[in-house]
Design a protein around this ligand. Structure first.
Ligand code: ADP
Ligand code: MG
Length: 444
């Protein structure tokens, strides 16, 4: 568990200002972690309230990322931890990190390196291309465009390109950020009337790595700006690497000029790992977690978790946490128990996404709109119905249903259910509509 908490700390250290990290995160100790419930120990009540108010989201996000599962954080006071000093980070390390970071626009996740990436049939084209462009930027494929579903290693490979490029050429300037961060930084620059500085910053970059470019879909102004940045770098023979959850042709509302630029280099798809790759990933991750699984348990896991790599990682992290960080032996019973919990969760996840799809289609809205804060009549109605259907077809607690539908709280869920009940009683057309939706869900 120390390892996994250590990883969470590293993520937070990268994300937070050094001072906040040293003051509010470094003193925290991981008490317990089971089934996504993390108990974190903090030195006093003031500390607890401060963290709860300002850092809860960041903490939870980091835990979700490193454990690969939904997490709930509780903070408890442990007076033994003592009053933290307004700690300074170790100076040398801090300075070195600062120097390293000045060469990077955005950030590189420390452990997402090529060494840590296990190659198999479903990702070998992408991994090979990533290694090639990192070794010789702008010589092979430009851009390199990696696409595939969630949790399959796109972000990992993008970061690996950054690390490898930097290892070969310590002076290289790397830009590694999401399309969303690019857009936000552009908007901020526009607002402050600093577009020249914005352009200069991005056009100095030697290797530009942009994650989740599907985010640009529908954003005309951002696409235009990105197009100019792209061309300036490409013309200057700088390497560009992009990742997206779908191929360029499938990104909605993307200007033709960008679409064709995106597809003009190498398109490398990553697919779901096959049994061989799953087994290899399990061996690799178990070793780095210090877990002794043996061939039989490894095979059991490889055979049971057939989804993406993130799920696989989540299972291994949970097994490790349950085996008290390696202090207890990993038994077959323990593995079965963890796998059972995962299966129930993925079933519920699948049902929720069916509900979202079916409701969105029925009401002519998108799943994202249902989860959004928008309040147009049609979206609100679809949202009430989606919540109602989730309660009908899953056995998830209401709070969890609210979480899945755009992070709504328990009372909002109750309100939606009441609205649907009321309309169901008085409106035969609505009743019919619900019936149709329910039937379609039972078929799927
Ligand atoms: P994506 O960006 O495609 O959604 P990520 O790159 O975030 O996926 O990968 C999810 C998790 O799975 C990460 O922790 C990553 O390190 C791990 N992962 C994915 N593919 C591999 C692989 N081939 N070898 C090792 N780890 C992998
Ligand atoms: Mg990603």
């Amino acid at each position: 568990m120390a390892n996994f908490w250590g990883e969470t700390l590293r993520v937070l250290e990268q994300r937070l200002p050094a001072k906040d990290y040293a003051t509010w995160i470094a003193p925290i100790r991981l008490g317990e972690f089971a089934d996504g419930n993390a108990t974190l120990e903090v030195p006093n009540g003031f500390f607890r309230d401060w963290v709860r108010q300002y850092l809860m989201q960041q903490l939870t996000d980091a835990l979700v990322e490193t454990s690969g599962q939904a997490c709930r954080v509780s903070l408890v006071v442990n007076r033994d931890l003592g009053t933290p000093k307004a700690a300074d980070p170790p100076r040398d390390e801090h300075r070195r990190a600062t120097i390293r970071q000045t060469r990077i626009v955005g950030r590189l996740v420390p452990d997402y390196t090529l060494d840590e990436f296990v190659v198999g049939a479903s990702n070998e084209l992408a991994a090979g291309a990533a290694a090639a462009v990192a070794a010789e930027p702008a010589r092979h494929y430009n851009p390199l465009f990696i696409h595939g579903g969630v949790g399959l290693g796109k972000t990992h490979l993008l970061n690996a390109v950054g690390h490898a490029a930097l290892a070969d050429r310590p002076k290289a300037r790397i830009g590694c950020l999401t399309a969303e961060a690019f857009v936000n930084s552009m908007i901020a620059a526009l607002r402050r009337d600093q577009m020249d500085a914005f352009r200069a910053r991005f056009r100095r970059i030697d290797v530009l790595i942009i994650d989740d470019v599907q985010f640009l879909g529908g954003k005309v102004r951002s696409q235009e700006e990105f197009f100019h940045t792209f061309n300036a770098l490409h013309d200057g023979r700088k390497q560009i690497v992009l990742a997206s959850d779908r191929a360029p042709q499938e990104i909605r509302d993307l200007e033709e000029c960008l679409r064709s630029r995106f597809a003009s280099g190498l398109l490398a798809a990553i697919g779901l790992p096959d049994a061989t790759l799953r087994a290899a990933i399990i061996v690799h991750k178990a070793a780095s977690l210090g877990l002794e699984l043996g061939p039989e348990l490894s095979a059991l896991i490889a055979d049971s978790v057939r989804g993406n790599v993130r799920e696989l990682e989540g299972v291994l992290n949970t097994i490790r946490a349950r085996a008290s960080a390696g202090a207890l032996p990993v038994t077959r019973a323990l593995v079965r128990e963890v796998l059972g919990a995962v299966r129930t969760r993925t079933d519920a996840d699948r049902l929720v996404s069916h509900v979202m799809e079916a409701t969105a289609a029925e009401f002519g809205v998108t799943a994202a709109e249902i989860c959004s804060a928008r309040r147009s009549a049609r979206i609100v109605e679809a949202r009430h119905v989606a919540i109602f259907l989730c309660r009908e077809v899953t056995d998830l607690p209401l709070a969890t249903i609210g979480q899945r539908i755009g992070g709504r709280d328990h009372s909002t869920v109750l309100y939606s259910l009441a609205r649907v009940d009321k309309r169901r009683a008085g409106d035969p057309k609505f009743r019919e509509r619900l019936g149709r939706l329910m039937a379609s869900l039972h078929e799927s």
